[in-house]
Write a protein that binds this ligand. Structure first.
Ligand SMILES: [Zn+2]
Length: 312
């Protein structure tokens, strides 16, 4: 049955979006073809719109069927195991990153009311709660919400919460850490965020960078594509154009160079290279060094965003 389902989906994937899902331009061409290396092994084309520069996954699953492609993502199992070198390293890197993310926010505001969209198992919300932030989380996975509540005693909400809030409940900071590239209706989400964010609030968006050194090096096996879970593959110019059409402006861009090591190692795994670990580390290192001189080549970027004052 599953094989039949997959073959039907492959059949379906031969049809392509003729128009850009962002700007409806017909100037869309295929950039490359990649695979769902993580789970289904189905092939997906990636296209680029020459009008708005958006790069996007062709023929993604319907939103109602997308959960199928997340089955390989085990958010829970390795979260708490501290056995072995890899898990110890994972915990160390996570703790450094949580701390760095919190410090970025604390430089932006003295008020501490935050909404984290795509809060997952809640480690980031917990880091903030420990430092006297007023935290709210939204997460689509029920399993992750249950984990977050049982481990951290933080009650997070399903996405319908975003449209059910009272109008006077506004946030100082709204964060999307590697989430925006998964959102089907990204324009609708930006409209919600515009309403939910205080006028002097900040929106933080972290996404993989499709113009990074490692994306250019690995091309169709670049793990940052992660199709069909990643629907959009942003660059500085495409994201900036989308944000400005919804009343936002990019204030600052920060690098996430350590993502380059992780993404390069995963890309080597996609290549099934015997000594991929060594090459992955090398490519991650080069990506890191290049990004020090040219931010636009960094594997992932953090965008710090404000509302445009005169947007209607
Ligand atoms: Zn377009």
């Amino acid at each position: 049955m599953r094989e039949i389902l997959i073959s039907q989906k492959i059949e379906h994937n031969k049809e392509y979006h003729a128009l850009c899902p962002n700007c409806s331009s017909g100037s869309v061409s295929i950039l490359l073809e990649t695979s769902d290396f993580k789970f289904s092994e189905e092939k997906f084309a990636i296209s680029k719109c020459s009008n708005c520069q958006l790069i996007f996954t062709q023929n993604p699953p319907l939103p109602s069927e997308a959960g199928y492609y997340y089955k390989s993502k085990n958010y829970i199992s390795h979260s708490d195991s501290k056995v072995g070198f890899v898990n110890k390293l994972y915990h160390l890197v996570r703790s450094i990153m949580l701390n760095r993310k919190r410090k970025i926010l604390e430089k932006l505001t003295n008020s501490r009311k935050i909404l984290d969209i795509g809060s997952g198992t809640g480690y980031f919300l917990n880091e903030l709660k420990q430092h006297q932030w007023n935290v709210t989380g939204v997460e689509i996975s029920e399993e992750a919400r249950i984990y977050c509540f049982s481990k951290f005693n933080i009650q997070t909400h399903d996405p319908s919460y975003l449209t059910s809030l009272k109008v006077d409940e506004k946030f100082d900071i709204i964060t999307l850490w590697h989430v925006f590239e998964h959102i089907y209706d990204f324009k609708g989400l930006l409209e919600n965020i515009f309403t939910l964010l205080k006028d002097d609030g900040k929106l933080i968006v972290a996404v993989p960078n499709s113009e990074s050194y490692d994306a250019n090096y690995y091309k169709e096996v670049w793990a940052g594509y992660d199709v069909p879970r990643h629907l959009w593959h942003f660059s500085i110019s495409s994201l900036s154009q989308i944000l400005s059409s919804k009343g936002f402006n990019i204030d600052q861009i920060k690098r996430m160079p350590f993502d380059g090591y992780y993404v390069s190692l995963l890309s080597e795994a996609n290549l099934k290279n015997r000594f991929g670990f060594i090459n992955g580390f090398k490519v991650g290192f080069i990506s890191h060094i290049v990004s020090l001189f040219k931010k636009s080549k960094c594997s992932s970027l953090i965008y710090i965003i404000s509302k445009t004052k005169n947007h209607v």
